[in-house]
Design a protein around this ligand. Structure first.
Ligand SMILES: O=P(O)(O)OC[C@H]1O[C@](O)(CO)[C@@H](O)[C@@H]1O
Length: 548
């Protein structure tokens, strides 16, 4: 039980409340009053240039936020995480995804044991396996080479590799086909395998616990599909199934050879696991060297987060900006808007990272919080969003802080004509940041000769905060840097809010209830304690199902 004052009673919190209450500035005024702002409010980490000048902050705001971070000992918790302390208190676990990208010679101990050699041993095994699949040396049961890789997993055992595969498509072995199956809806597996030849297909069953019902159900169906296609020979499974898990017993119980299991550890949270064995499908796609580059990118930001002073610490800064909007401006959501087609699944990945981590309403002591915690994270690639929901960001009634992410260079393999489109893509990013920040005043609208009754409709209030993240190009390392940046941003926010960002008890109830309800759907069984509404829905479902 901590005797620290509740967050909202801390003087640093009330100072921010006062600062907010006195806040009158528009971004137009802030830029007019401070010509050096655009240069000064930029932080660099690795290949990322993070411009936060279009945020509703002044030097005073930033120093008040830093004081809050100091008072809540964000860096103390950070150091405890890097040291391998059990900061995930409700699960009594260390939080050491940073060890997954530590250099070979590093020493990071959990309960007195250095975990780094184990990390590299698995990476080496993964590298060896990936190379064998990529070269055709690893063959299927009938001796044919593997041409299709299907990852079966859900949540953190799917979103990372599925997202990164899209991001790094230009780096992938184009002669191999990759599919990602997560949904227990049989349609997902059906569509993933319908045009594949089982003799050339490798299934990677990814599950930290190896008990997740969606994954085990899909893996069981995949095995039936495989065996049906290969004449029912059980021993075919060994050439076509590998597992990524912390649970060797369940893996072998499922029928997958322990030799075909790539392990990770309970100190790797599911949503922080994609740079562990969970990345095997990605490693097969991009090769072990590129995978190491990705890990190097993560490490650049880990080191920055661990060592950079508070004023120039990018994850700290981004975390504090989110707190400023969520807790003092009542912003409910945060948009992540990449101006890159390859980042189409990036925001979906961040949804689990952020919302499963910080969607909590009790503090570390189990007491209810009386402050807002994690935001709703959403967004899709920017240009598409511009023609869909940006209207609401520009002229709606809600404050939606946003990150705009873009790259100076298009990917090398585009034709010259397609490369030439890149400037137009990026012009959109810059234009949106400008329009959101500065808007268009009624005077400016009138000066264009717009009829008076139209003026309010065509006025843009502006003052919508954005942070612009720019890099030269989207490489494996840059992807690692981006992910680590958001991982640590989420960490910072959880630390200030005094919540456990590393458990996920909120997903349990639905799982338990689904298991309980299922027999009512399949066999019409009585489910004790079913509420009236759900009972009626179940009855309607059964009736609809049976009508011919
Ligand atoms: O890898 P597993 O154990 O199958 O879990 C999958 C996902 O399920 C959750 O436990 C809850 O949704 C996630 O945290 C996790 O990433």
């Amino acid at each position: 039980m901590s005797d620290a004052p509740k967050l909202t009673r801390r003087p640093q919190w009330t100072a921010l409340e006062d600062h907010r209450a006195a806040w009158r500035d528009h971004l137009r005024d802030l830029f007019a009053a401070d010509p050096g702002r655009a240069e000064r409010y930029v932080v660099r980490v690795g290949d990322l240039r993070i411009d936060y000048s279009k945020n509703l902050v002044t030097d005073e705001t930033l120093s008040l936020l830093q004081e809050l971070a100091a008072a809540t000992d964000v860096f103390g918790l950070r150091d405890a995480m890097f040291r391998g302390e059990r900061i995930n208190t409700t699960e009594n676990r260390a939080v050491l995804h940073t060890a997954l990208r530590a250099p070979r010679e590093a020493v990071i101990e959990v309960d007195g044991e250095n975990v780094v050699p184990g990390v590299h041993a698995v990476l080496d095994r993964m590298g060896d396996f990936a190379n064998r699949v990529r070269s055709g040396e690893w063959t299927g049961h009938t001796g044919r080479r593997i041409r299709n890789v299907v990852n079966i997993g859900i949540g953190g055992s799917d979103l990372g590799p599925a997202m990164a595969y899209e991001v790094l498509r230009p780096y992938t072995a184009r002669e191999l086909t990759f599919r990602f199956v997560s949904n227990v809806d049989g349609a997902d597996l059906h569509e993933a395998v319908r045009d594949l030849d089982p003799a050339e297909t490798l299934f990677i069953v990814a599950s930290k616990t190896f008990t997740t019902i969606e994954t085990i159900t899909n893996a069981t169906s995949a095995r039936s599909w495989l065996l049906a296609g290969l004449g029912g020979e059980e021993k075919a499974v060994a050439r076509h199934f590998v597992a990524l898990s912390t649970n060797a017993e369940k893996v072998t119980g499922f029928g997958i050879d322990a030799d075909n299991m790539f392990e990770f550890w309970d100190w790797v949270g599911g949503r922080y696991s994609f740079d562990s064995a969970i990345g095997l499908s990605l490693m097969i796609a991009i090769g072990p060297d590129r995978f190491r580059e990705l890990l190097d990118g993560f490490r650049v930001v880990d080191e920055h987060f661990r060592t950079a002073p508070a004023e120039s610490n990018a994850p700290l800064l981004l975390g504090l900006l989110g707190i400023w909007y969520g807790n003092f401006f009542d912003a409910q959501s945060h948009a992540v808007l990449p101006y890159s087609h390859y980042l189409s699944k990036f925001t979906a990945y961040l949804q689990q990272l952020d919302m499963e981590s910080n969607g909590k309403s009790v503090d570390r002591d189990g007491d209810p919080v009386d402050w807002q915690t994690g935001p709703v994270v959403w967004g899709t690639p920017g240009t598409n969003g511009q023609h869909a929901y940006y209207q609401l960001i520009h002229q709606g009634t809600k404050l939606i802080p946003a990150d705009l992410i873009g790259f100076a260079r298009p990917v090398a393999e585009l034709s010259d004509e397609l490369k030439a489109q890149h400037d137009l893509l990026m012009a959109n990013l810059f234009a949106q940041g400008q329009a959101l920040a500065f808007g268009k005043t009624a005077e400016e609208v009138r000066a264009e000769g717009v009829a008076e009754e139209q003026v309010p409709h065509r006025t843009f209030r502006g003052n919508h905060p954005t942070t612009t993240i720019l890099a030269r190009e989207l490489t494996p390392s840059v992807l690692g840097q981006l992910i680590a940046l958001y991982e640590h941003k989420v960490f910072v926010q959880g630390a200030v809010w005094n919540i456990d960002s590393f458990d996920q008890w909120g997903v349990e109830l639905g799982k338990v209830l689904a298991k309980r309800v299922e027999p009512a759907l399949t066999e019409g069984a009585e489910v004790p304690g079913l509420d009236a509404s759900t009972a009626a829905l179940v009855a309607a479902y059964r009736e609809l199902k049976e009508v011919h």
